[in-house]
Design a protein around this ligand. Structure first.
Ligand code: ADE
Ligand code: ZN
Length: 354
């Protein structure tokens, strides 16, 4: 398939996104508008200046800006606007299911209560379910640079909202904050019936991926790209088909890789691992889901079948019920065959069919 047709296939395929931080979808224009609305003085003189500040040399250099940016989110309408903008983008890109991380501590630490952000999220999610016929799950993520007790308190404060939440996760500064620090809170979350995910092997070593598996009992690993340094871990991930939610443009922007041509996602796929493509923090890293697929397809020798497998993996690695998974994988097959026979053209937008 030519590059143009591969890009067309990427755009038309129904897909799921499994690794996305809602705070990382805050576009510079919305940051600017909310700062004006709340009379907040930003350390930037224009929207363009915000964009130009997005150069990072490590995860921490990004997180500093990401937490500062989130400070403009103050009331329910702000959280609605943030979530709605992302869900509209999903609809535009044929993302038919998404599992969205949110960081309660980023907001509660600033005195903004669960009631404020959960109400904004809920309103946007209900609107998207109705208007776009998409499915949306939430993942409550603990900030790993804070203590385990603070994570436990955060889980307890979420109790009135448990029915809105599918899974818990672990994010923020990885190095020096291993999964073992959060064993108790993950076991409490499991007892409440939540699915479990954790960032591991982004900047941290393969041992952190082992800890997430053996001590936290996670269902998926977020990132996990450093797993390739440990052959026994690779064999384990393959045998148990533990999904890795890989984020190529994030890895590039945070200098986990120097160039996407050196990214190991194609090798991980060829080695039989259950890998998916995701956007992580699209506003900060220069692309949403389709842009991540396209960037990888430009730099690595991915085939049409690889793209189809990555889209199918995104569905099978999700927390959706089996029946919807089977339906969406069927939809992928139909779109893939119609695209390869030219039944869909490049301008076609598929909507509301899933
Ligand atoms: N929070 C938002 N994006 C993150 C990432 N890529 N790694 C860890 N924590 C994050
Ligand atoms: Zn992430």
């Amino acid at each position: 398939m030519s590059e143009v047709n591969l890009n067309q296939l990427i755009k038309l395929l129904p897909k799921a996104e499994l690794h996305l931080h809602i705070e990382g979808t805050l576009e510079p224009q919305l940051m600017w508008d909310l700062a004006q609305k709340h009379c907040i003085t930003l350390p930037f003189s224009s929207v363009k200046a915000i964009q130009e500040a997005y150069h990072f040399d490590s995860l921490q250099s990004f997180l500093d800006l990401y937490y500062q940016g989130a400070d403009v989110l103050r009331d329910e309408d702000d959280f609605f606007a943030l979530m709605w903008a992302y869900l509209c983008k999903c609809h535009e890109q044929n993302v038919v299911h998404t599992e969205i991380m949110f960081d309660p501590q980023t907001h509660t630490e600033r005195g903004i209560d669960y009631a404020v952000f959960m109400a904004g999220f809920e309103r946007a999610i209900n609107k998207a379910k109705k208007e776009f016929d998409m499915s949306v799950y939430l993942i409550l993520s603990f900030l790993r640079h804070l203590s385990e007790q603070e994570a436990i308190d955060t889980l307890q404060q979420a109790k009135p909202y448990y029915s809105m939440i599918t899974a818990v996760g672990l994010d923020s500064s990885e190095l020096g904050n291993p999964p073992s620090k959060f064993q108790r809170v993950f076991s409490l979350a499991k007892a409440e019936g939540f699915k479990l995910v954790a960032h591991a092997g982004e900047e941290g070593p393969p041992e952190y991926v082992w800890e997430a598996i053996n001590l936290l009992n996670v269902d998926r690993i977020d990132h996990g790209v450093r797993s390739s340094e440990d052959p026994s871990l690779m064999a384990y991930l393959k045998q148990h088909q533990i999904p890795l939610t890989v984020c190529p443009l994030s890895n590039l922007k945070l200098c986990v890789v120097d160039d996407l041509s050196q990214h190991n996602i194609h090798d991980l796929l060829n080695d039989g691992l259950h890998v998916t493509i995701n956007s992580d923090d699209p506003s900060y890293f220069g692309g949403y889901l389709n842009e991540n697929f396209i960037a990888v397809a430009e730099k690595l020798p991915l085939t049409e079948q690889d793209i189809i497998n990555l889209a199918s993996n995104s569905i099978s690695a999700s927390f959706l019920p089996l029946e919807r998974k089977q339906h969406l994988i069927e939809c992928i097959k139909v779109v893939a065959s119609k695209t390869s026979t030219g039944e869909y053209n490049a301008c076609e937008q598929r909507t509301n069919e899933y």
